[in-house]
Ligand binder design. Structure first.
Ligand code: THU
Length: 137
């Protein structure tokens, strides 16, 4: 069972999502290296690709608040079954997470499905590739 402080906060932020186009509200809660919580929701836009996912919003919030590493991220969407982070969000979580970062997806009844980031996004692009690149003009 997930702590009620987390499930309540997650549902509260999910309800604040701006999702008039998809009607699919998502909430995310990041726990940082100091155990602090940072939340985010999806914010859609009439110019569809300009919208922002809940996970991206929560990770940005962590950075704004001075957090540097994602220990755990909780995600709750509008579906009955737990929804996993999209591909772009996996990459965003990887930037400030670790292979062992826990990704916890909640269904409509707040039942959790847990996995590790390394299993959701194996062999991802990371800064080490930039260092091995040759400079191009
Ligand atoms: N969405 C998220 O917020 N996170 C995801 O990982 C998947 C999708 C949002 C984007 C869009 O506002 C809505 O859900 C439907 O795709």
């Amino acid at each position: 069972m997930i702590d009620q402080t987390i499930t309540k906060r997650l549902e509260q932020v999910r309800q604040r999502a701006h999702a008039p186009y998809s009607q699919f509200k998502v909430g995310a809660l990041v726990v940082d290296e100091k155990g602090r919580h940072h939340v985010g929701c999806n914010v859609e836009n009439a110019a569809y690709p300009s919208g922002c996912c809940a996970e991206q919003s929560a990770v940005s919030q962590m950075v704004v608040n001075g957090g540097t590493q994602i220990q755990t991220i909780y995600i709750k969407g509008s579906s009955e079954i737990a929804c996993p982070p999209c591909g772009q969000c996996r990459q965003i979580i990887a930037e400030l997470g670790r292979p062992e970062t826990e990704v916890i997806m909640l269904d409509a009844q707040d039942q959790a499905t847990r996995c590790l980031l390394k299993d959701l996004l194996p062999s991802h692009f990371d800064p080490s590739y930039l260092a091995t690149g040759k400079s191009e003009k």
